[in-house]
Ligand binder design. Structure first.
Ligand SMILES: Cc1ncc(COP(=O)(O)O)c(C=O)c1O
Length: 453
């Protein structure tokens, strides 16, 4: 059998696409057929710069030969064996390799298939940890407004995105939310961590006291808010969260699905902010998105709390058919090798300042009311020009930018920039120049995208 996966599909009717307006998309499809390095290519071979690293995940760039080699080698030897009481060597090797690279206190890793599953796994571990230590009343989980923790029911419950609560119900009964840290009056156009806002962490103490510390299990935050707007933490904010958690025996969970694996120039945001949580969830860049995988890292003390009963009894009643899938594990190993071989995280550190300078040059462009950045992550926020459809400008800009050869993401009145970490200054210039041009053209009413939807 020979396959050609580059040609257009016969029909686009059947696939119900995720997080996409179906009818709008299918009238204006954006399909790519091939990818390499920093670029996608459409069916005619037109080059499209990937300014979003797939979806915040292709950190080592597309079509990386080292990762491909690892995955192919695994496919040629063992396609699958369950980890429910059997095992494959590749996942054990991937786990050891990861733990060697992670900040010291993290000694164990649990594998999942996605970020959403990693989040729900982290929440379950946290609640069970307290139960096993005789503090079973600790059931309350604290999240934060504007947080995205994936789409499983635990994640949307601690997540702080109102429509998910409206559409699906607030499914965990015992959750509370910290206030978010975005404040246009005090920290608009901050470069990196805003200097204003560390005191907002004190909201955690208020919530813990309100619910009674003996009832609170954990607080979960993205060290840098991602999907809802690239929100770097105010200077000192994460340290303050850590102090409050320590004071009340509450676990601190970092959702590093975006910040992990190089986005801030390190394997973990712990290295960047010098604040250590108790549990870390990762996914995305972990396998460079070649195949799906998520991971939950815990400190030894958390693991030990589970290891007290008889040895023949399952300690954590949790797992997924594909936890530790050999092909995903091979992709982890390949990704680590590729990152070291290409000095990719070093490049991320080097490019952070040029990216910061370039995106902040968009200040003063039409309707731009905030620009935020940290590591290889940035966001441009617009003043909405329509109350009924606040995302209009960002959406139309994103569609038009794709037509002109650039992928960036829009969400609400914001455009996100999150390129692969192999970027150079030319890529940055191309991304920022294209965005600047489209904003000016849209403001003049010229160059507005084709009528859509
Ligand atoms: C911070 C964060 N957590 C969790 C998730 C969920 O990951 P997944 O889509 O792999 O389930 C995402 C996805 O974008 C994310 O950005």
């Amino acid at each position: 059998m020979s396959y050609d996966f580059t040609s257009l599909p016969d029909s686009m009717d059947e696939f119900w696409m995720p997080f996409t307006p179906q009818r709008y998309f299918k009238k204006n499809p954006r399909l790519v057929s091939r990818a390499d390095g920093m670029f996608y290519y459409d069916k005619d071979g037109k080059e499209i710069l990937d300014g979003l690293a797939g979806l915040w995940c292709v950190n080592a760039g597309h079509n990386n030969p080292v990762i491909k080699e690892a995955v192919k080698a695994q496919l040629d030897t063992l396609d699958f064996v369950s980890f429910f009481q059997y095992g494959n060597p590749t996942a054990f090797t991937a786990a050891s390799r990861l733990i060697k690279e992670m900040p010291k206190p993290f000694t164990k890793v649990f594998f999942t298939n996605s970020g959403s599953e990693a989040i729900d796994t982290a929440l379950k571990i946290a609640m069970n940890y307290h139960r096993l230590r005789g503090e079973g009343s600790r059931r309350i989980l604290i999240g934060r407004e504007k947080a995205y923790h994936g789409m499983n029911f635990g994640g949307i419950s601690v997540g702080g995105i109102p429509p998910y609560h409206t559409h699906f119900g607030q499914t965990l009964p015992s959750v509370a939310h910290l206030r978010h840290t975005h404040d246009l009056e005090h920290n608009a156009f901050s470069r990196g961590e805003p200097t204003w806002g560390a005191h907002l962490a004190d909201d955690l103490e208020r919530l813990i006291q309100f619910h009674d510390p003996q009832n609170v299990a954990a607080v979960i935050v993205e060290p840098v808010g991602g999907a809802i707007g690239v929100l770097p933490p105010p200077k000192g904010y994460l340290k303050r969260l850590r102090e409050i958690c320590d004071k009340y025996g509450v676990l601190l969970i970092f959702d590093e699905v975006i910040t992990g694996f190089g986005r801030l120039g390190h394997i973990s945001a712990v290295n960047y902010f010098d604040v250590t949580p108790d549990i870390i969830a990762m996914a995305k860049g972990l396998t460079n998105a070649v195949v799906p995988m998520g991971a939950v890292f815990v400190k030894q003390g958390i693991y030990d709390a589970f290891m007290k009963g008889p040895e023949h009894v399952i300690e954590l009643m949790h797992g997924y058919t594909y936890s530790g899938h050999p092909v995903s594990a091979a992709a982890v190993i390949g990704t680590l090798d590729a990152v070291h071989k290409g000095k990719i995280w070093e490049n991320a550190k080097k490019m952070a300042k040029p990216l910061e300078d370039a995106v902040h040059s968009l200040k003063g462009k039409p309707r731009v009311i905030d620009i935020r950045n940290i590591g290889i992550l940035a966001c441009v926020q617009f003043e909405p020009d329509s109350k009924e459809d606040p995302a209009r400008m960002a959406r139309e800009a994103s569609w038009e930018l794709f037509r002109r050869g650039l992928v960036v993401r829009y969400s609400g009145p914001q455009l996100y920039i999150c390129p692969p970490l192999i970027l150079n200054e030319n890529h940055i210039d191309r991304i920022v120049t294209s965005i600047g041009e489209i904003l000016v053209e849209m403001d003049r009413g010229a160059g507005a995208p084709r009528k859509t939807g």
